[in-house]
Write a protein that binds this ligand. Structure first.
Ligand code: HEC
Ligand SMILES: [Cu+2]
Length: 336
């Protein structure tokens, strides 16, 4: 299992020339919303850090300066100060000013991110949260995919990809630390977010709102490519699945199974919406919303019994015979 994962990663590193950016590094933002959010995080840390140093310093100084000395009388008390207007005014007004500065700066950044209006060239993505995976739709291209979000690298600093966030069940949260802060996906509500990755690469993220058993395996991958590569990808995704005559029998077996009630494969009788679209399954790097890499072994294991890979996930083991399993996996592997 472990060796398989290592081999898969090596193979993947060979086939994909896009660098993978580390998870959760909010301090190395590579998109405008992430950058602005990092700036206020640093400002807030600096202000609260300064307060910490002043207050902590005064406490240490007071402890040291007024420590007990030989010859002190045990009943002796320090001079008492009652109701000093100046002191009370100072420690009321200064914290209020600090809080207002923080509120003001934060509100301005939130406003500027939320109110950014998408220019006409924006790529629109409709991201729908499910327990425990994502539908990724591109209404402009007529493309439906899952879990991995291909976007063009932003070249002119504009919000290159505009996300419309929805949920079919519980509250999920979209979070790609290096690109943008969290935005919730809420049932019966539409939220928006935008990202403009400055560098090509694979940005990792995850659902950031506890949404049930497999919440921790509801991962996200943003694949930011030069616009020409993105357009080529979108063109290929638009196509229906190519029927391979050699796999006619395998396809027949697949279509005779309940898979078709939950999965869509464009150009076939499979039109289910409960699970991820499989039309171009093999163009993805992972399955199960990033729970494992897409290799022959993992795919076979998944179709045999997804519960061994992602316990509790909403795809049941279909109890296929070995013969059916071989055929179905061979068919799936033709879905490029
Ligand atoms: C009851 C509905 C249901 C049935 C029936 C079903 N699936 Fe699934 N399938 C799902 C769901 C839901 C997921 C997503 C699970 C997750 O990631 O949490 C999934 C995920 C998958 C994936 C991984 C896709 C990806 O990109 O992550 C594959 C491959 C797959 N199913 C193939 C099949 C095949 C083949 C069959 C028939 C033998 C089948 N499924 C039957 C619901 C179903
Ligand atoms: Cu979730």
């Amino acid at each position: 299992m472990f060796i398989n994962a290592v081999i898969a990663l090596l193979l993947q590193a060979q086939t994909s020339n896009l660098p993978e950016h580390p998870v959760a590094n909010t301090f190395k933002p590579l998109a405008s919303p992430g950058q602005q959010e990092k700036d206020i995080a640093i400002l807030t840390l600096a202000i609260t850090g300064a307060i910490f140093v002043v207050v902590g310093g005064l406490i240490v100084y007071g402890i040291w300066r007024y420590r007990r000395r030989p010859g002190d009388v045990s009943t002796q008390e320090p001079a008492q100060v009652y109701g000093s207007n100046q002191i009370e005014a100072a420690w009321t007004v200064i914290p209020i000013l600090i809080v207002f500065v923080l509120i003001g700066v934060t509100a301005r950044v939130i406003g500027s991110i939320e109110n950014a209006s998408p220019p006409p060239s924006t790529v629109k993505v409709r991201l729908i949260g499910h327990q425990w995976w994502w539908t990724v739709e591109y209404p402009q291209f007529g493309v439906t995919s899952a879990n991995e979000i291909h976007v063009p690298v932003a070249t002119n600093g504009s919000p290159a990809t505009y996300l419309q966030l929805e949920s079919v069940d519980v509250i999920h949260s979209f979070w790609i630390p290096q690109l943008a802060g969290k935005t919730d996906l809420i049932p019966n509500r539409t939220n928006y977010a935008w990202i403009d990755p400055k560098e090509p690469g694979i940005y990792l993220g995850n659902c950031a709102e506890y949404c049930g058993t497999q919440h921790a395996n509801m991962l996200l991958r943003v694949i930011a490519e030069p616009p020409a590569d993105f357009n080529r990808w979108a063109d290929e995704q638009k196509r229906a699945a190519n029927p391979d005559p050699a796999l006619a029998r395998a396809r027949e077996i697949f279509e005779s199974l309940a898979c078709v009630n939950c999965h869509t494969i464009k150009g076939t009788g499979a039109v289910g919406k409960f699970g991820p679209d499989l039309t171009h399954l093999m163009s993805r790097q992972t399955i199960g919303s990033g729970v494992t890499t897409l290799t022959h072994e993992h795919l076979r294991e998944w179709v045999d019994d997804p519960q061994t890979i992602k316990p509790g996930c909403l795809m049941p083991s279909m109890q296929l015979t070995n013969e059916q399993l071989d055929q179905v996996v061979a068919y799936l592997e033709s879905l490029h």
